[in-house]
Design a protein around this ligand. Structure first.
Ligand code: ATP
Length: 427
């Protein structure tokens, strides 16, 4: 039986992945867990999300499905932050004999939940039409994520990574986390690039420890389940209550829709879009750096590197009009929020100088408005400025925001090596 769960937490506490980890243990009394649980990130622009728009899925082999459903529903009812208006839990169950029938419908629903905006009504009508067992609490919005989680489990084969999540003892929830920062840097030094985003080396930050009052102590991300576990064993911290390794679509770029033209992009979706820089980058109060790109459709779009992207903004500021780029990011509030950028080709940067005197080699001076240039010493004249091509302080290639500003779904460039050259992972 496949179990999808979503929307159990609030900003004040809880986390759907923690409930998933608890159920991984508790459900063993009813059967055997058949594979790693999944942690699926859905559309990152959804305003209803608490933090990272995650849902979870568990696959259990059981001969008493009714007991499993009863247990899961009672735990979701008891553990969810129901008082929070934004918390609207949902649980969906797909039994073995239903799987073949609903596989494609739920697979498409999963893909759309990652890339587009769906309605609660659509989730409810799929549940009604397919006859799946489900339970929505309050407005039932969590049914969207719960259905998507089932779709992901029924259609494996998507690009995936792993995350080892360590959870805090319950009495510690809401208090500062007791972790030895240096141990994260040491662990990262040993297992990077098989693991990533444990720390941000350039900004000297531990990025895998949340600051919110939820049960997560830390999360180690990587491409190998054994290595994320081994990395976690190197961390020195308060004693975790439990841990769980999830198979996840984090770090895969699954949310990005490749489009052929800027005119196709819509709010609350994420894209890979090409264009040439049509307005030089400028920085606005607050430190956000903005530039525009346009393409042959005649449409242009603003691209933003926000203040939290730190040094990435210095790279963006080096772009000039005419540079051809491919931007990866979400379109929200009329701007593309850059996660990655490929600098495809560079426009020539030309500087104009007063001409040099051919006799003495000194730079000529203006001879007055519209009268060309004149050497003060020799009296030599010239009519026009000299154009000199300058070296650009940036090279074509792929660049990304630093780990401290990374989106869960964004594929880190370290995952693209060594299949491509000219890749500049931020670490
Ligand atoms: P949690 O840890 O509880 O999962 P979260 O940050 O992942 O926290 P949720 O609390 O789950 O966010 O809130 C996201 C809500 O948005 C859920 O109810 C989910 O079903 C819904 N949702 C997810 N993706 C979409 C989508 N593409 N369209 C519409 N609603 C969505």
């Amino acid at each position: 039986m496949f179990i999808g769960i979503d929307d159990t937490d609030s900003r004040e506490g809880m986390c759907t992945t923690y409930l998933g980890a608890l159920l991984m243990e508790e459900l063993q009394q009813y059967g055997s867990i058949l594979e790693l649980p999944i942690l699926v990130r859905l559309n990152p622009t959804i305003p209803y999300k608490t933090r990272g728009n995650a849902c979870v899925g568990i696959n259990i082999g059981t001969s008493c499905p009714d007991k499993v459903m009863e247990h899961v529903i009672s735990r979701v009812a008891a553990m969810s932050a129901m008082d929070c208006e934004m918390t609207n839990p949902g649980v969906v169950f797909v039994q073995d004999d239903e799987a073949g029938r609903v596989k494609d419908t739920l697979g498409t629903f999963f893909q759309r939940a990652v890339r587009t905006v769906l309605s609660i009504e659509e989730a409810k009508s799929i549940i009604a039409e397919t006859g799946l067992r489900a339970r929505g609490f309050k407005n039932g919005r969590g049914l969207i994520g719960a259905l998507a989680a089932c779709g992901a489990m029924l259609n494996p084969g998507w690009d995936h990574t792993f995350e080892y999540l360590a959870y805090r003892q319950r009495e510690k929830w809401g208090t500062p986390r007791n972790v030895d920062k240096e141990s994260f840097f040491i662990a990262d030094g040993v297992t990077y690039p098989v693991t990533w985003d444990t720390v941000d080396v350039s900004n000297r930050l531990v990025v895998c420890v949340p600051h919110s009052p939820d049960p997560v102590l830390y999360g180690i991300r990587g491409r190998d389940p054994d290595v994320v576990k081994r990395t976690a064993e190197m961390i020195i911290s308060e004693l975790p209550e439990r841990s769980c390794i999830y198979c996840t679509n984090q770090g895969t770029d699954m949310h990005l829709i490749p489009v052929g033209s800027i005119s196709e992009i819509k709010e609350m979706r994420s894209y890979i879009v090409s264009g040439s820089v049509s307005c030089d980058p400028f920085t606005i109060p607050g430190g956000h750096t903005i530039f525009s790109i346009s393409d042959s459709s005649g449409v242009s779009v603003e691209c933003a590197a926000f203040e939290p992207t730190k040094d990435f903004r210095s790279l963006v500021r080096k772009l000039i009009q005419g540079d051809v780029v491919k931007v990866y990011g979400s379109f929200m509030n009329k701007a593309l929020n850059i996660e990655k950028i490929e600098v495809v080709s560079l426009a020539p940067l030309v500087a104009s100088h007063n001409p040099e005197c051919p006799s003495c080699g000194k730079r000529m001076e203006s001879a007055g408005r519209g009268q060309g240039y004149r050497c003060r010493k020799c009296g030599t004249r010239s009519s026009s400025l000299v154009q000199v091509q300058q070296k650009r302080d940036i090279e074509p290639g792929m660049y990304e925001v630093p780990p401290c500003a990374r989106r869960h779904l964004a594929k880190p460039l370290v995952r693209m090596q060594p299949s491509r050259s000219n890749i500049f992972p931020s670490r």
